[in-house]
Design a protein around this ligand. Structure first.
Ligand code: ZN
Length: 328
């Protein structure tokens, strides 16, 4: 571990961590995707590790100058989507450790009982699987013009179709989901998934938590028209201005998806940086609109359900770092 820290410091680089949800172990199974969950004990171990070996700073500070001056690499903590447990579970720990973090929120989902389009598809799929109706659903999806790519066999079926849907413009995808949810009688969601604006206000008042843009409705920007991209960005920014008084200048790409057209639109609407889901370190010469991050969740920090330990986190950071430097 000491060797890893030294190597990161020597490279004048910093790390941005990506988290989504922090849940108590008994609630982990309530999340539709295990890749989105870091269990609460693991989160506390992570904060202890960061306190010991890293310097946790605001994201803006890391981006302005990733170089460390005290021998400990700089780290910025980010959360994507704006899940309610960021306030209920993660925030009290961040407060106790006095560690700053940025939450990239989908403003159209805050304060609502709305559901992420990706979760809606997972619920639809599970409903059909439990009723032996998957063949019917696949025929329907084909009928709607999806599933024409040749690499169907390369991914697990559910993941393949989930990716296919992300290629649709969001408005069309939401209409399709409305239709299928009715047709296959998917039960409505009753519990709140996302933060309220009061949660946001309380967290921001501590000065530790900042809010960034993750679009309004979790749109995969590469699948949208220029006009719809602008609308997603503007809706998100105007909501944040209204509720927090601050216009965000940093975006986290939903699903990490971006291309040159999206970057040009971001620049023209006043953004100055954007974060991807590509693993890697951030240095002085990193492309500000393709900044890498390191995902931290239960599936990446532990191989099984065993108790998380800080040494496992170190191993994960190490392997992520080696992977990213090997490919750069
Ligand atoms: Zn997201």
């Amino acid at each position: 571990m000491v060797g890893l820290v030294r190597r990161i410091v020597a490279s004048h680089s910093g790390l941005v961590l990506t988290l989504h949800r922090v849940l108590p172990p008994e609630e982990r199974n309530l999340c539709y995707d295990p890749h989105l969950v870091l269990s609460e004990p693991a989160f506390v171990s992570l904060l202890q590790l960061l306190q010991r070996d890293y310097q946790v700073v605001y994201l803006e500070e890391l981006l302005n100058n990733p170089r460390s001056f005290d021998g400990r690499p700089k780290v910025a903590i980010t959360f994507d989507d704006g899940w309610e447990d960021n306030y209920r579970i993660a925030f009290p720990h961040l407060l106790a450790y006095q560690m700053p973090a940025t939450i990239f929120a989908c403003t159209g989902l805050l304060n609502t009982s709305g559901v992420l389009p990706e979760e809606r598809f997972a619920r639809l799929w599970n409903q059909c699987a439990s009723r032996s109706k998957l063949d019917e659903l696949l025929a329907d999806l084909n009928h709607w013009g999806l599933g024409r790519r040749k690499n169907l066999h390369l991914l697990p079926l559910k993941r393949y179709w989930s990716q296919e849907l992300k290629r649709m413009p969001l408005t069309a995808r939401l209409l399709l989901l409305d239709h299928f949810e009715q047709r296959y009688e998917v039960p409505p969601v009753t519990s709140r998934r996302f933060l309220t604006w009061d949660d946001v206000r309380i967290m921001r008042q501590t000065g530790l938590i900042r809010i960034g843009c993750h679009t309004s409705r979790h749109a995969t920007l590469t699948s949208e028209t220029d006009r719809d991209i602008r609308r997603e960005l503007e809706d998100c920014r105007s909501s944040l201005l209204k509720h927090t008084g601050v216009v965000p200048e940093i975006l986290a790409y939903p699903n990490g998806m971006h291309n040159q057209r999206v970057v040009d639109l971001l620049r023209s609407t006043g953004f100055r940086a954007a974060l991807t889901t590509q693993p890697g370190l951030i240095g002085r010469h990193s492309n500000p609109f393709a900044l890498p991050r390191i995902a931290v969740d239960d599936t990446t920090v532990t191989a099984d359900d065993a108790q998380f330990s800080s040494s496992q986190t170190s191993v994960y950071f190490l392997s992520s770092w080696l992977r990213s430097t090997a490919t750069s």
